[in-house]
Design a protein around this ligand. Sequence first.
Ligand code: SF4
Ligand code: FE
Length: 474
Amino acid sequence: MKTVAQYIDSLRERKLRLWVDGERVDDPVEHPKIRPAINAIAATYALAHDGDEDTRRLATVHSELIGERVNRFCGLFTRPEDLIAKLELQRALGRLTGTCFQRCVGLDGINALFIATHKRDGHQRFVSWLAQVQRQDLVLNGAMTDPKGDRSKRPVDQPEQFLRVVQRRPDGIVIRGAKLHQTGAANAHQIVVMPGQGLRPGEEDFAVACAVDVSADGVTMVLGRQPSDDRRGGPDAGNARFGGQECVVLFDDVFVKNEHVFIDGDVEASGVLIDAFAGFHRASYGGCKPGNLDVLTGAADLITRLHGVRRASHIRDKLVEMAHLTETIYGLGRGACGKCSQHDSGIWQVDRILANVCKHHVTKLPYEIVRIAEDLAGGGLSTLPSLADLDHPELGPALQTVVHSRERAQALRLVESLAYGAGSVPFRIECMHGAGSPQAQRIVLERHIDWDAKVARARVLAGLDEDTELAEIS
Ligand code: SF4
Ligand code: FE
């Protein structure tokens, strides 16, 4: 398993074609807009080597595939407790970094791919590739979301809006297209390309899942801008240490060798993949987001202490509300992981309904929690001068009294960042759209809830039908 230093070194060995604000960046590792996101991933490596045994056990898992302990972000869910451990690790990392640590799409993706390729053509190739990923402890950028263009049109009607196979050769395939919202792409080693939506017969060219090296010819990454991202690395960053990252990834006729092609032309397998992935990833938000919310609640609590109002009953009540909403999301994530079932492939899957209810709450409750945090923080949240002014030898002393304390200023900056600064992208906006926008969860719920069973029981208790379930009670 890689250490933090080995991970950072491994990033320098890549030959990325990366653009940031209209300029090529050859070494992203020291770039102020990228380094905080690298640091957040580095936390996943740090915990795997932590001095505390319980933490190490959470951050690593025994791989039956290679017969060694591996970083949990490369592991398969081969035991029911692996799902709970994943969630606990996500909450811990969400609290430690206050942001997105970017490795879960890859983790949920490999487990979904194991299920989707089971008893199909690409399974052995996938398993051989995964063994290498585990040995090398790689960061995988799970790439699902296509640009999609006009949502009323199918991929065949606008192929340029979807990643697709444009050539099949004896030694591999050539893919073309783009993937959007690519979490942590510029900090990854490999891209795991997967279809982004259900496909129909006739759409086989879009039914492709494969692994691509980030340095492969034809791969270009463009860093997404985030609010206040010019503050990163500076005094007003808000989160002084960590950040998230989203990229556009362009695939301009990228060759993928056969060994790294796991699904090609199988629309049914693509459907299984998307369904499995959606379950895993919607439950994942019950881990990372509560961890981020712990940080927001902590920052709001700190500000109320510094304001001398912590003991006021309405303040206490608001903090309790923040915590209770946070634990609601976490409880649903735990529930989805606890109520799991084993797929024929051996992988344990979360409860589909609870995972979708979890993610659906994530599209709502954090917004209310942010509202309370803004209430508790006060107007200084949005009017505070730069901390550079506070540090200025001439201006600083006068400003100190006005700002109250550097501690207060930095706590306000942290709330600001999470509420609507750079930290709000991996936190708030991702709460809305990550792992599927709200309607996607409602569609799954409508499809999988047993409506007839509810009606049947209602009919019995309304006296319309015989009670066959509790027939012995007269
Ligand atoms: Fe992981 Fe959460 Fe980031 Fe998704 S949003 S990659 S689940 S930390
Ligand atoms: Fe996400």
